[in-house]
Design a protein around this ligand. Structure first.
Ligand code: ACM
Length: 400
């Protein structure tokens, strides 16, 4: 027995912190979810290489829910009841988050959700580290009104996020006295032919912008259909919150060029912290591995959870939740923290345009951190205020 320790303490010191990890490696959103899985594991490996938390390593228990909400739910239940983990990192599609949350809530666990979503949700058992609409939709809308116009065609995959995100965008368009020319939904697994109606609608109504809430593999099919139809993205782009480096990796650079995305992080962000993260990710997973905002959130949320466990001295969800409100972390996108009123993250909105190499070049970067407002209570198009002087000072020391 180790001197100065009881048997229980010595055993406990060797035991790992077991956490659940639920990202899809198969199915429609496997491309982006694989980046979230890899970023989660990268953060865990880095923390373990630095000695773990309180001398104990983190042990990820990983399952593949195959982009299927029912499998997400069943695997969440397995994690909480059989593997007996209390903290789970996972989910991309809002349908999977909504399937998992009742399970997490009934077993008093805590889900860390690293994906942009439609907002209008709060669970005491969920930490939301992707953008809410006031941290991406609002900024994207302003950029598009200024540069392209206010007649929008909305195109989405057929599930909850696109319907709700389109409702938010439609409200913003109407606030700006614009028009939604049509709203079209395609199956989750849509191919090029499924976008025939979209192409016909663009010919018919000539919108200024196509706002896409299409997700996963279908994204490449939309952009390919658009290029094949001969439309010019420089004059009329597809704008999206879900077309990230992961979806662009599934299309050619010619197909991608000129289109626009808003997100808090892009692989090309030039800050030292961002460059270190991208370099570590590519050293681990390959030079061509895409590093989208969804992966960056998956990465920094592990560090937030780790800091909370260390401060709490245990991984009890209630204690972790209490500590999370006290922590700030220098994430690749900038300093982030969790708002204790709504469990969402303060984030740094940016807008980028895809260049001729299919790389996102940031075209609007105010260097301002925005408080999460998931119920859109405060902001209007003309006021999406930052979280104040302190953050503006922080932005100056960490130039964007
Ligand atoms: C999403 O479904 N939240 C992209």
């Amino acid at each position: 027995m180790e001197s100065g320790r009881t048997m229980d303490e010595a055993t406990q010191a060797r035991q790992a912190w077991r956490v659940g990890v639920l990202f899809s490696q198969r199915g429609v959103t496997a491309g982006v979810e694989r980046t979230q899985l890899q970023a989660t594991l990268l953060a865990i490996e880095q923390i373990n290489a630095a000695g773990g938390l309180l001398d104990r390593p983190i042990e990820p228990v990983v399952y593949d829910p195959e982009s299927n909400p029912k499998k997400f739910r069943a695997l969440a239940e397995h994690l909480l009841t059989v593997d007996r983990v209390r903290l789970v990192f996972g989910c991309y599609m809002s349908s999977s988050r909504k399937a998992v949350l009742p399970v997490i809530e009934s077993y008093r666990g805590l889900l860390f959700y690293p994906t942009l979503y439609e907002g209008f949700e709060y669970s005491r058992h969920c930490i939301y580290t992707g953008a809410a609409p006031n941290q991406n939709s609002l900024q994207l809308a302003r950029f598009l009104f200024e540069h392209f116009g206010n007649r929008f065609l909305l195109v989405g995959s057929n599930y909850v996020y696109p319907y709700e995100s389109n409702r938010v965008m439609a409200d913003l368009v109407r606030q700006n006295h614009g028009k939604i020319v049509n709203e079209i939904y395609v199956p989750l697994n849509a191919g090029v032919a499924d976008f025939g109606r979209v192409i016909a609608e663009i010919h018919k109504s000539a919108p200024d912008v196509i706002f896409s809430t299409v997700v996963g593999h279908s994204t490449a099919s939309l952009y390919e259909a658009y290029r094949a139809a001969g439309f010019d993205p420089a004059r009329r782009p597809i704008a999206s919150l879900t077309t990230s480096e992961a979806e662009v990796a599934e299309m050619s650079a010619e197909v991608a060029e000129g289109h626009i995305t808003a997100a808090p992080f892009f692989e090309t962000l030039g800050t030292a912290t961002a460059r270190r993260f991208v370099a570590a990710y590519k050293a681990r997973y390959g030079a061509d591995a895409p590093v989208p905002a969804a992966a960056e959130a998956a990465y920094f949320q592990v560090y937030l959870a780790a800091a909370a466990i260390t401060r709490a001295g245990n991984a009890e969800p209630d204690r972790v939740l209490a500590e999370l409100g006290e922590i700030e972390f220098a994430a690749p996108q900038g300093r982030v923290r969790i708002d204790r009123e709504n469990n969402h993250a303060y984030l740094w909105p940016r807008v980028a345009r895809l260049d001729a190499e299919g790389r996102f070049q940031i075209v609007w970067n105010p260097g301002v951190r925005v408080r999460p407002d998931p119920y859109s209570m405060l902001q209007s198009l003309d006021d999406w205020s930052s979280d104040g002087i302190a953050t503006l000072a922080a932005a100056r020391t960490d130039p964007v």
